[in-house]
Design a binder for this molecule. Sequence first.
Ligand code: HEM
Length: 210
Amino acid sequence: MTEAHRTIMERLREETSGHHKDAESRTLQRQIAKGTVERGAFVRYLGQLYLVHRTLEDGLREARVKHPAIAVLATSERMRVPDLVYDLEFFEVAPESLLPGRATRRFVSLMEKVRASDPVALLGAFYVVEGSTNGGRFLAQVLHRAWNLDGDGLASLDPYGDRQPLLWGAFKREMNAAAFEPGQVEAIVGMAKRTFEAIAEISDEAASAG
Ligand code: HEM
């Protein structure tokens, strides 16, 4: 199929499938999937994701006014900061006390640059984190059982529950309906790749630090 015939969501899925495989094979992700992850490592990971989401969601909120696609896609329901704050507080971590690790610092600074120069590209990062709710549902069930939790502490991993497939379908439709220029599509796909790489590195740092 030629570039012109592929939807942006097809391109994102196909062109980042290797990145997904790489991310899900990192030690921390494998341990989450097996239910063997140490709580400390998981909480460190959530803390770094909080710092990532804070920058990403601030950037998207700011850009909503100028970019109709961002206004449609970046709804308050899709913002993960409130879930991350809730989870971190459950694990007795004060979000305002968190410091970024190396990989987070690098990625936050990339997002700040993109926010200033080409904010539509932030949708590439948004695709990755929103898409991660697909596996997140399953991962939350594993940890729920492993840690005997009552659903607390895992809101950011599984924010939508049974509505996840429906909401992911809506996200795909909204992305495909947006009138992106070809250069914007390239920038979004490029940013999605950088985001997978950043989250893979953040996973490694969370697994090894501590
Ligand atoms: C053990 C870790 C993981 C597992 C088991 C997992 C599993 C899955 C599954 C089952 C899907 C649905 C695939 C399909 O519809 O064909 C999916 C989709 C997705 N996951 Fe993961 N995942 C993991 C980690 C991650 C991480 C760390 C990220 C982000 C950095 C991520 C981002 C995504 C995205 C963006 C999609 C949507 C792909 C698309 O259809 O465009 N996943 N994942």
